[in-house]
Design a protein around this ligand. Structure first.
Ligand SMILES: [Ca+2]
Ligand SMILES: [Ca+2]
Length: 160
C-alpha cells in the first residue's frame, strides 16, 4: 500500500514508537499531519487493487493542540462514485500519559471497492488502518477452479 501527500500539500510525518511527551501515544509508530503548513494524505494499493476500508485509529495532533479534530475521508470507488465520511475525535489526549489518546472508528459499507482514499484535512494522528480485499477476488479464483475441473472432465469423457 502506498501513502502519499495530496498534490500541492507539504506531505505528512511519521512519529516513531516512542513519541515525545506531548504527542499522542499508543505504543507504536503512526502517521501525523501537522497544522501548518497544511499536510494531507492519500493512499492506494501500489498494484491498483481495489480495497475496502474497515477501520482506523485516530487521535488529536498533540497536547499543545488538544482540541477534538474532525478528519474528513474521501473514498474514490472503482465505479467512479465518491463517498465521504467525517470522524471526530473525543478531544482527550495526554501524550505519553495513561489516557488512551487514540480511538477506533469504523467505516460504513459505502467504503468498499475503492481505488484510493484521500484525507484533505490536517491536524490529526492516524494509525492501524484496516483494509480488506473485496469478495469478487475470491469469486474469480473459484471460477478459475471450476473451469479447470470442467476441462479435465471433458477430457476424461473423450478418453472414455
Ligand atoms: Ca496517552
Ligand atoms: Ca483522543
Amino acid at each position: 500500500m502506498s501513502f502519499r501527500p495530496l498534490a500541492g500539500s507539504y506531505g505528512f510525518g511519521r512519529v516513531g514508537a516512542s513519541p515525545v511527551s506531548f504527542q499522542p501515544d499508543n505504543g507504536s509508530a503512526y502517521l501525523q499531519a501537522t497544522l501548518a503548513p497544511a499536510e494531507t494524505l492519500r493512499f492506494s494499493f501500489t498494484n491498483n487493487s481495489v480495497f475496502n476500508l474497515n477501520s482506523v485509529d485516530l487521535a488529536e495532533y498533540s497536547t499543545v493542540v488538544p482540541n477534538a479534530v474532525t478528519v474528513h475521508f474521501v473514498g474514490y470507488r472503482h465505479d467512479g462514485s465518491i463517498v465521504t465520511t467525517d470522524f471526530t475525535t473525543d478531544g482527550i489526549i495526554d501524550g505519553t500519559g495513561p489516557l488512551a489518546d487514540f480511538q477506533t472508528f469504523y467505516f460504513g459499507k459505502q467504503f468498499t471497492d475503492l481505488d484510493r482514499v484521500e484525507i484533505p484535512t490536517y491536524g490529526w494522528s492516524l494509525d492501524n488502518l484496516v483494509v480488506s480485499i473485496p469478495e469478487p477476488a475470491t469469486g474469480a479464483l473459484l471460477l478459475v477452479g471450476g473451469l479447470v475441473f470442467g476441462a479435465l472432465k471433458s477430457r476424461a469423457n473423450r478418453l472414455g
